[in-house]
Write a protein that binds this ligand. Structure first.
Ligand code: SF4
Length: 699
């Protein structure tokens, strides 16, 4: 489709879940420039290093500009015909569960909506999962257990209004820098505000802490169980809130019973530090507990989330300014994907696969093929590709050969898979190399739609560059395949506004206020108003009366469970595992994004940290014969990677940290996820990407 592109637009950054607004301009020679959007209510003009460098990442080097079939250039009709034919024949021969989509928090909500509708609504399988499974699935599961829905209670402003910010498993300074800047600015204005950082590593975020708790890996449940016990001993319950709006406290208290010594044994922290933290939490009314991947990417991630939420429910510190548990998402549209049903275990618009919801969604979509049950979650999905249960997979906007745990197994599974379709922007990604059909997707700057950030704020991503070559929006590519599969009417969208209206209408369909996700106010938005859409927080129901207090859920004490009460969840501490080697932790660095397909294009960002590194404590380095700046190999039962030793006491003895970003393209042996364990949290299915038993040896 032809489209005209204006010279300057307000859009959003494509990187982290802060979701900053940016203004992009293109000069007469076609050169783009990007600056912060001062009118965007999530960043007020601020940008971090990655956002500031966006204009430097827009080159067409390595772009997929035309469809390719088995490496040769093809036209759209041939490629789309082939994808539809292979999916149709696989479904006819083996059933709908023999095909799958693996999608991404890089997709816009409109793309995500079409992918979910096609797979769950019309192909008739639940087999669509997203790389948000690696990011926020434990938060989703924790929210649903406690609140009855995947509801983030707070807003960024709570980090500025609070008197105590507890950052757990979150290197906010590097991973959500603009939110961290907002927190630091608030602390500078009100120096009495306290920041506590709970992390196994002394990160850049920890440098700003009033109290740093260098917790043992996976010690979080023990810490917050100990805190709940302490709050109970000290009589810090909000008894009125607990009795009127919650249930299950006795079981949670019984499961969490621990004194400070037991907490110290479970966390590796000193009793003095624990006592200081507990007293601070108990004595401060306005507390926000911010958490991210150090919590979620764990085999006990969901319990960690609920252990923290338990403490907020017990003290009634939720839904009020400056208070509440707050999950910050990794990706720009991790939350938008959750809204449409991009996770295999959610149907659509925060609805489950129960009979009532299935009937409702089937009537709304006008389908008799709706999936009857949840599909395979990411790790299980690639397992099924490997053992032949899934015979055709379409991967969109993500690079699982680098980012999935046990990544060599994923690579080998895709190499064996009879039919692999990849929609992507760059051809050099490890996953793209395994595609039978590679489809040229639109990139940031060309895409047109919406994203939802960590504070439930929906913002537009607008195009300011023309679509290069044959590149097309993901939603358009999918509708062409859907129509070739015979689903013409259900996928007859003319643009992203059509899809957004339908998404909004579904969120409001037969929603009497008992479902949290509701943007029904936009179900009839005009194309012109969609184009001009200002950032807004959901819920935004028809009639314009959101059941929130200044954007905060639960101020009324009404939750989304059947009896409207929040649930305390018992979170017993799991038995400690034995490790024969070091404990591998993985994560982000400040200036790179995911598998570097964008940020790797600018030398400026590489100047912060140019190479993959393995952060080791001096005592481990000495014991292992590792010299500072020498190469080391990190080996597990699943695979190996090579990085340069960074010897520092910021790291705990017994642990090693390696960043997740480097791909074969940038450093041939540095795919650290090859070594990462595929063990998952049994509730959320999220892999424990932050804890694998590894050997570290000089290379
Ligand atoms: Fe982009 Fe996140 Fe940086 Fe904002 S904080 S500019 S969203 S990477």
């Amino acid at each position: 489709p032809e489209r005209s592109v204006p010279d300057a637009v307000r859009t959003t950054c494509p990187y982290c879940g802060v979701g900053c607004g940016v203004t992009a301009s293109v000069d007469g020679t076609g050169l783009a420039s990007v600056k912060g959007d001062a009118s965007h209510p999530s960043n007020f003009g601020r940008l971090c290093s990655k956002g500031s460098a966006l204009a430097e990442t827009l080159s067409l080097d390595d772009r997929v500009l035309h469809p390719r079939i088995d490496g040769r250039t093809a036209d759209w009709d041939e490629a789309l015909d082939l994808v539809a034919a292979k999916f149709r024949s696989t479904i006819a021969e083996h059933g709908p569960d023999a095909v799958a989509f693996y999608v991404s928090g890089q997709l816009l909500t409109e793309d995500y909506y079409v992918a979910n509708k096609l797979m769950k609504g019309f192909i008739g399988s639940g087999n669509i999962d997203t790389n948000s499974r690696l990011c926020m699935a434990s938060s989703v599961a924790g929210h649903r257990r406690a609140f009855g829905a995947d509801t983030v209670p707070g807003t960024y402003e709570d980090l500025e209004l609070t008197d105590l910010a507890v950052l757990v498993g979150s290197n906010l300074a590097w991973c959500h820098p603009v939110l961290f800047q907002r927190l630091l600015a608030a602390k500078a204005a009100r120096p009495d505000m306290k920041i506590v950082v709970v992390d196994p590593r002394r990160t850049a975020t920890a440098e700003a802490a009033d109290l740093f708790l260098p917790i043992a890996p996976n010690g979080d449940v023990a810490l917050f169980n100990g805190l709940l016990s302490h709050l109970a001993r000290e009589g810090k319950a909000d008894a009125g809130f607990v009795s009127a709006h919650t249930s299950g406290l006795d079981d949670a208290l019984a499961a969490s019973a621990a004194d400070i010594e037991i907490t110290a044994a479970g966390t590796g922290l000193s009793t003095a530090d624990i006592a200081t933290f507990f007293q601070l939490f108990a004595a401060t009314e306005k507390v926000v507990t911010v958490y991210s991947q150090g919590v979620n990417q764990s085999v006990s991630g969901t319990d960690k989330v609920n252990a923290m939420i338990n403490c907020h429910l017990f003290t009634g510190r939720i839904g009020r300014p400056g208070m509440g548990p707050f999950s910050v998402t990794g990706q720009p549209n991790a939350m938008g994907g959750r809204e449409v049903g991009g996770l295999a275990n959610q149907l659509a618009a925060h609805m489950d696969f129960d009979e009532i919801a299935r009937d409702r969604v089937a009537r709304f979509w006008g389908t008799d093929r709706l999936a009857s049950r949840p599909g395979l979650k990411a790790v299980d999905l690639f397992e099924a590709v490997g053992d032949g249960r899934v015979k055709a997979i379409w991967i969109m906007g993500t690079n699982p050969v680098v980012s999935m745990p046990a990544a060599n197994r994923v690579r080998d599974a895709l190499a064996r898979c009879p039919f692999v379709v990849v929609s992507d922007v760059v051809s050099g990604a490890d996953t793209a190399a395994l595609a039978h059909v590679l489809l040229p997707a639109a990139a940031w700057g060309e895409k047109d739609g919406t994203v939802t950030n960590s504070e439930r704020r929906i913002s537009r991503q607008r195009p300011f560059l023309p679509l290069p070559g044959d590149a097309r929006s993901d939603w358009w590519i999918m509708t062409q395949v859907a129509q070739r599969l015979g689903f013409k009417k259900a996928f007859a969208y003319e643009g992203p506004a059509d899809i957004f209206r339908e998404h909004a209408a579904l969120s409001a369909f037969e929603n009497d206020g008992t479902r949290d996700f509701d943007i029904g106010a936009f179900e009839n938005v005009t194309n012109t108003d969609y184009e001009a859409l200002e950032p807004f927080q959901w819920p935004a129901p028809k009639g314009g009366n959101p059941p929130t207090h200044d954007g905060r859920f639960f101020a009324t004490g009404r939750f989304y469970t059947s009896d409207t009460r929040a649930r305390f969840i018992p979170t017993p501490v799991q038995a400690k595992q034995d490790y024969s080697g070091l404990r591998l932790n993985t994560g982000r660095i400040r200036d790179q994004w995911h598998t570097m397909t964008r940020t790797g294009k600018t030398p400026r960002l590489a100047s912060h940290i140019a190479e993959p590194f393995a952060e080791l404590h001096p005592s481990d380095a000495s014991q292992l014969g590792v010299t500072p700046a020498g190469l080391v190999q990190i080996t597990s039962a699943h695979g190996a990677a090579v990085a340069r030793a960074l010897v520092t006491d910021r790291q705990q003895p017994g642990s090693v940290f390696v960043p997740m970003h480097w791909t074969t393209e940038y450093a041939p042996a540095a795919r650290i996820d090859a070594a990462v364990s595929p063990a998952v949290d049994p509730v959320s299915g999220q892999p424990g990407l932050k804890l694998t038993d590894v050997a570290v040896t000089p290379f």
